[in-house]
Write a protein that binds this ligand. Sequence first.
Ligand code: EPZ
Length: 439
Amino acid sequence: MTDQIDTDLANDGMPKIKIIGGNPLHGEIQISGAKNAALKLVCAGLLTSDELKLTNVPTSLRDMTTLADLLRYLGADVDMDDNAKTMSIRAIGGVDKTLAPYDLVRKMRASILVLGPLLARHGEAKVSLPGGCAIGSRPVDLHLMGLETMGADIKIEDGYVIAKSPEGGLKGAEILFPKVSVGATEHLLMTATLANGTTTLSNAAMEPEITDLAECLVKMGAYIEGIGTNKLIIHGVETLKGAEHSVIPDRIETGTFMIAAALTGGDVTLTNTRANTLDSVTALLRKAGADVTISGDKIRVRRQDDLKSMRGIDIMTEPYPGFPTDMQAQAMTMLTLCDGAGMVTETIFENRFMHVPELVRMGANITVQGNSAIVRGVDTLKGAQVMATDLRASVALVIAGLCATEGETTVNRIYHLERGYEDIAGKLSAVGANIRREN
Ligand code: EPZ
């Protein structure tokens, strides 16, 4: 049965990544702009009739082009320059349509974030519900609760959210999130900038991508207090203006390469980073035994001794500044080869252990119990045909492939990977990995 699956995957005609592991990584890798910041910043372009110019954008990511397509569909002008890594959004005089169709939204959940900006600027919006995804059911109830508290009339019909602003526009409101949500915080933050009066978001998420969004909104003329804290106070303004903003470096891409460097026993310097957004990841790597040094926008990661100098440790995912769920799969790959055992507890998403069976196929020793996994370190991983159903699970398998000392690893279904990592095969082969993308 497994052989049949392997043959089917090998011949499915889809792009793949092939890795022959065992090479320590040496050299410099430049980190791209953060996907999870850029997506929201692009949506913020809908809030003004001026141009919003973004730099350091990960323009080659599929999620970026999907969102650009959605904005163009709505009637905004969007220019993307993949060489300059810039993106300009001009929703001059508003958009032609306030409908975001299922076909575009289903490709990327973050599309739901156009709802609030459309509503704030045009008084109405109809946006497809994004549906569940591989890592959990991922409802948007908190987004809708917030918009309703601001006076919006919200109906769900045929899989669409149909929203209308009250007479005179959205109103400032006191919103207390019962659960910390990155997306709902960003959505309501953007929407509140154009509401009448003051909005308070309490128990707000504090991820660096939210701070980046808030800083861009301030450049656009928004009035926001408490940036970087879990209480954001937004005083609504009449209109926002254009601005230029550089997207923060991707902390998850940075953390992913930090783990790859430590685990392969290399010596890698990551450039264009923001180390202060990675404290929990740096602490984890140091505790496990890696050597991490920070200097300006550079992070150097080395492993001084052999692999068994790395120790198994316990990890629990938490909202920022805790350990990010988006680094959980990569950290689990690290534990598979550390000395001793470590427990990984996932508290953000209910189904984010999809990489476990694939790591086990490569020789890892992992037992899952509920939302925890016990990982007992093994001596080696072996190459195998693997595939994953989400972005971070896929990259965890790439790291495993880099460390597998026997055989070749083929990572299938890499469209997940290409949603979030720019030219991962190119970046890793430039520092010595034996990795190639095959069409
Ligand atoms: C963002 O998703 C990121 N996506 C995710 O990154 C990241 O894993 C997540 O934040 C947590 O850090 C983008 O930024 C595009 P949430 P988001 O709202 O905003 C529940 C990646 O790999 N919830 O903070 O959707 C939800 O189900 C991706 O790059 C509700 O119950 O995450 C989850 O359990 C994957 N109701 C928890 O809250 C809601 O209305 C946190 O979700 C909203 C969320």
